[in-house]
Design a protein around this ligand. Structure first.
Ligand SMILES: [Zn+2]
Length: 140
């Protein structure tokens, strides 16, 4: 992922935060997020449709803290799913012992297009972890 793209994501997250403070609701996804305002305005021909296209714009990975410190801080603060499952069975996402958002996800070498239209993103097993609340989380 190039620096400009990282900067675009940082800008989007920062804008999202500014907007969130105005309406009193936390919004942390960039507006280009699938289903987001920008995404909905895109012409069909520009929509991401293949695993290669998703990989160009979406990255389910903890950023490099040295190369992209600002992005790293924003992702750790806003984009990580709270510890759940075995690490926190009482998180609000837990229903009947399972995370309703399917976290933690499996590590996965390649992005694939699922039948229902949602991609399964590549999740690297890179041994990187970050502390979120009382747990160490990785790219899952
Ligand atoms: Zn969860």
């Amino acid at each position: 992922m190039g620096t400009e793209l990282y900067q675009g994501i940082v800008d989007s997250i920062v804008k999202g935060e500014a907007r969130a403070s105005e309406i009193g609701e936390r919004i942390v996804l960039p507006s280009s997020f699938i289903g987001g305002a920008r995404d909905m305005r895109l012409q069909s021909e520009y929509k991401l449709k293949t695993p290669d296209q998703f990989d160009k714009f979406v990255c389910s990975k903890i950023p490099d803290e040295t190369k992209h410190p600002e992005l790293y801080k924003l992702v750790v603060k806003h984009m990580m799913h709270r510890p759940c499952g075995e690490k926190n069975k009482n998180n609000s996402c837990m229903i009947d012992g399972n995370c309703k958002y399917y976290y933690p996800r499996e590590f996965c070498e390649q992005t694939t297009q699922a039948k229902e239209g949602y991609p399964t993103y590549r999740r690297r097993r890179d041994n990187k972890t970050v502390q979120v609340r009382n747990a160490h989380l990785n790219n899952q």
